[in-house]
Design a protein around this ligand. Structure first.
Ligand SMILES: [Zn+2]
Length: 427
């Protein structure tokens, strides 16, 4: 019998054009989030494709989630291929949603243009190429006539870009991905073809509102400006907090290097009168800003939140004679850091596969942003989860987003070989 590794690799090479075509087809479905366009069409497309390839297909709607509406239904799709008995369940998960295209494109972001060895389009890197790689990893195994001793699942899920609550979190919450049925999860996010991603930092999004007292704008000294109060907080964050955060370094291999530290970003600010409205002379009695604080596994969430609260209390708090400013802080989103356990057989299998396909060792990294790993680890309780897929991380969410076809083909081989390895075949 032929070595299954050589047979599967040969099938991926033979399928290269088909892998490109599937990626183009996926890019042409404009699954823009927000608001969550064309999710049902995309799920139906993937479901039909998986069915043709011999998968049992189920559609899981995020019933009960407020974002699952008639206009923008949240539909996830899962394909299952059962092999023999006794082997593990390997689940390949990709999100189908893409961020809005934004400005600056030189090609149609939803045309799936192929040029100079690359496929272009919004979401091609993050992460429709990854989904195509997962599907063709399974297809190449089938075409090589290798019967897996376990279960191979492929899911296309929604809303990763907005938190994944109706997507992977929902599948985990209903037990469709769970510690008892799922052994290994690979998420083909674009972390570069030679890197295995073992987790991410924590996220704390919060909203700070400052309340002032309005007065006639010609006599601002009679009021208290909520915008001035916010400005004082922003200044303290820039002068005091940011240098302190930049001096903290995690032992996790977060890339790029700048993201190995704690960070804070102001996502949004809004104060006083609507800028586009008719203006009247008034001191702003309200200002609101939304912050994105990324914390390290070594810091922990409680300490990160306490630090913010005490900074704001010190800047705006009692004891400041001139200020009558009041404020509130509201938590918007908290994501704990996650990290694949050291010695995970999943990391080892991918490591061997990368080495074999690229003839150079894989690098372990952690993601600067968060992705659906958190739901797999924390809700489903599956520890053996990583991100591995084609695409250069830096191109995600950019104009003229693209993926190298060579990387797409190589990642397909790596995912296929890692799957064989986890099933105990062809090591
Ligand atoms: Zn992504």
């Amino acid at each position: 019998m032929r070595n299954p590794i050589d047979a599967v690799v040969a099938e991926v090479d033979r399928a290269a054009d088909e892998i490109v075509r599937l990626t183009q087809d996926l890019v042409r479905i404009p699954t823009v989030n927000p608001p969550g366009e064309a999710y049902d069409a995309c799920a139906a497309f993937i479901g039909a494709d998986l069915e043709r390839r011999g998968f049992e297909v189920e559609y899981v709607r995020a019933d009960g989630r407020p974002e699952h509406t008639l206009r923008h239904p949240r539909v996830n799709v899962i394909g299952t291929r059962r092999g023999g008995r006794g082997g593990p369940t390997v689940h390949l998960n990709g999100h189908v949603d893409v961020v809005p295209p934004g400005d600056g494109w030189t090609v149609d972001p939803f045309a799936g243009v192929v040029r100079d060895g690359r496929i272009y389009g919004r979401g091609v890197c993050d992460m429709k190429a990854g989904l195509a790689a997962a599907i063709f990893a399974a297809e190449a195994i089938a075409r090589a006539r290798v019967t897996l001793p376990g279960v191979l699942e492929i899911s296309g899920t929604v809303d990763e870009e907005s938190g994944g609550f109706a997507g992977v979190a929902h599948l985990a919450a209903i037990g469709r991905i769970s510690r008892t049925r799922t052994d290994f999860v690979i998420i083909p996010e674009p972390l570069n073809v030679d890197r295995i991603c073992i987790g991410h930092r924590g996220v704390y999004w919060f909203e700070l509102t400052t309340h002032g007292r309005t007065a006639h704008g010609s006599m601002p000294f009679l009021g208290v400006s909520a915008i001035d109060a916010m400005n004082e907080v922003l200044t303290a964050i820039r002068r005091e907090l940011q240098p302190s955060l930049a001096a903290r370094t995690t032992a996790m291999p977060v890339v790029p290097d700048g993201a190995r530290h704690s960070t804070i970003n102001v996502n949004a600010i809004d104060g006083g009168q609507p800028v586009d409205g008719i203006q009247t002379p008034c001191v702003a009695d309200r200002c609101r800003a939304i912050f994105d604080r990324r914390f390290l596994i070594e810091e922990g969430f409680e300490a990160a939140r306490d630090e913010i609260q005490s900074l704001v209390a010190r800047v705006l708090g009692n004891g400041r004679a001139a200020s009558v400013t009041d404020y509130d802080i509201r938590d918007l989103m908290i994501v704990e850091p996650v990290q694949t356990p050291a010695g995970s057989p999943l990391v080892a299998a991918l490591d061997r596969a990368v080495d074999r396909v690229l003839a150079s060792p894989a690098r372990l990294v952690a993601s600067p942003g968060t992705y659906d790993h958190k739901h797999v680890a924390r809700i489903a309780g599956v520890p053996h989860c990583v991100a591995y897929g084609p695409g250069e991380l830096e191109l995600a969410h950019q104009p003229d987003e693209s993926v190298r076809i060579d990387d797409l083909v190589a990642a397909t081989k790596v995912i296929a070989l890692a799957t064989l390895d986890l099933m105990g075949l062809g090591r």
